[in-house]
Design a protein around this ligand. Structure first.
Ligand code: GLU
Length: 513
């Protein structure tokens, strides 16, 4: 079947061995973008054949993270689908049957070597590899009689099934991003495909059997899986599936923000950014790792940020929502080189997406932050909160930053910035502010456009210094000399609150002199 008529079917195939790393999220995202662009299907397959590394909670975490980011799944453990089960530990019969197919065809063999025997061989032969040059010296079904093999198996001896790799072959891996890579089959070892001890296949066998049975058209995964690809090519061939083998795309690594090498959790701890989509509570150690969600990132911002780590739209457009990413995504514009994890850019995206939110929506997101800071969110109307956050949102990267920038809308100052006091307050200020309070008290219209000219005219008539008076005024109302336009603040606070704060400032602000 030609690539053009083939239905696009991709899979994200994580192993539930811990929290999904942000690099895994990018892999899932690229799979999703590609599937949606082509009207194809996105499969979520749980690769849990390594029982030693299974971590409880990891599968739920994966589902929750993908749902949070809006990476939709068409077929999977929860969604079901025509090629299930989608969890490898529930597909044992299928793998057993496929291992048998290779054994019957002479493309795989039983090996009974114990760990101690393998260890001894490694000590004896430098750079020992289980392959065509050594397999004849080992205890396997190629060196033993069929009767002996049968007897051992009947007695319940533990064994593995190994893939018999023929030497002297050129193995070509075609990668849509990297072109053709050819390696010699001699460098590959006779990989273990199945272990009797847990009656489970290894990653390699399960992975390619499932890709075949689930009719996967494109295997899009991290670069760390590139070394496995030649083996996978040989396995497709051994099964007689070479004609329908999926196309490979090995995505570039995510690199440390400040240098060479793979991004690690330690980089996040060192530089202060999450490497996981959601907070993770390690069930064994009890350690808690921060997540993008809990750190105040919007999912749209994370998606946009990740999409551009290893891909660009071919021009300098940066802000793209999911639909735009789906429309523009292409492997032609994916880079082969690793992508530096520019986490500061992630903050910029969050800032940008926060600006796009309605002020009402932003106010809703701010409610829990108000509560954390001891303010009852219900004591203020949505309209009031929306106006407050609208005035300061251009200054924030995260919802929680709203508190530092807008707290004075929700609580009168209880202290005054000492530096500002030193610079902006002097012996004449109490009298000037008292006069200002009286002036404001006499005004009915507190709208900024109405109040501002009145106050400015009063300052001018009195021959006062505009900057000094306005800063002292701000100090009494805000507690420091920063914030949005002063008359926008007073419009929202209203007359009573403004006048009360000026009077409290006159009493409360103390200078050293
Ligand atoms: N289970 C592998 C992983 O954890 C899947 C690799 C692949 O996509 O083939 O990433």
């Amino acid at each position: 079947m030609s690539q053009t008529e083939r239905e696009i079917r991709v899979r994200f195939a994580p192993s539930p061995t811990g929290p999904l790393h942000i690099g895994g999220v990018r892999t899932a995202l690229y799979n999703y973008l590609f599937a949606r662009q082509h009207g194809g299907k996105m499969i979520l397959r749980i690769e849990d054949t390594d029982s030693q590394r299974f971590v409880p909670g990891a599968e739920d975490y994966i589902n929750e993270a993908l749902a949070w980011l809006g990476i939709g799944i068409d077929e999977g453990v929860r969604e079901g689908g025509p090629y299930g089960p989608y969890k490898q530990s529930e597909r044992r019969d299928i793998y057993r049957e496929h291992v048998k197919m290779l054994l019957d065809a002479g493309k795989a063999y039983f090996a009974f070597d114990t760990p101690a025997e393998l260890e001894a061989k490694r000590a004896e032969i430098p750079n020992f590899q289980y392959d065509a040059t050594t397999r004849q010296q080992m205890r396997n079904s190629l060196t033993m009689s069929p009767d002996e093999v049968k007897r051992l198996i009947d007695e319940g001896a533990q064994y593995v099934v190994r893939f018999k790799i023929e030497p002297g072959r050129d193995v070509a891996v075609d990668d849509l991003l990297r072109g053709r890579v050819v390696i010699k089959s001699d460098i590959l070892d006779d990989k273990v495909l199945y272990k009797s001890a847990d009656d489970l296949p290894t990653y390699h066998l399960a992975n390619i059997v499932d890709d075949h049975l689930m009719k996967v058209s494109h295997v899009i995964r991290g670069e760390e899986w590139l070394p496995s690809a030649p083996l996978h090519v040989l396995l497709y061939e051994a099964f007689g599936w070479a004609d329908t083998a999926p196309s490979f795309v090995h995505l570039p690594l995510l690199l440390k923000p400040d240098g060479k090498g793979k991004l690690s959790k330690r980089d996040g701890d060192r530089l202060g950014f999450p490497v996981f989509p959601l907070e993770w509570h390690d069930p064994k150690s009890g350690d808690v790792s921060t997540g993008y969600r809990e750190s105040g990132y919007l999912p749209e911002a994370v998606v946009n940020f990740l999409a551009l780590l290893g891909w660009n739209p071919g021009d300098d457009t940066e802000v793209m929502n999911m639909d735009e990413l789906i429309a523009k995504f292409s492997f032609e514009h994916c880079s082969r080189a690793g992508a530096k994890f520019a986490f500061e850019k992630g903050k910029w995206f969050n800032h940008t997406y926060l600006q796009k939110l309605d002020d009402e929506r932003l106010a809703e997101l701010f409610n829990p932050v108000l509560a954390q800071n001891g303010v009852d969110p219900d004591a203020f109307s949505t309209e009031y909160k929306a106006k407050a956050v609208g005035m300061v949102k251009s200054r924030i990267n995260f919802v929680k930053d709203l508190w530092d920038n807008a707290r004075f809308f929700f609580a009168a100052p209880t202290s005054y910035d000492p530096k500002a006091v030193k610079k902006r307050w002097n012996a004449e200020m109490p009298a000037i502010m008292a006069e200002l309070a009286t002036l404001l008290e006499g005004r009915d219209n507190f709208e900024a456009a109405a109040l501002e000219p009145v106050v400015l005219k009063w300052i001018e008539d009195k021959g006062l210094h505009l900057g000094n008076v306005m800063n002292a005024f701000r100090l009494t109302v805000v507690g420091e000399c920063k914030g949005p336009h002063m008359f926008d603040i007073t419009e929202l606070l209203g007359k009573d609150e403004t006048v009360r704060r000026i009077r409290a400032g006159i009493e409360g602000i103390k200078t050293d002199e």
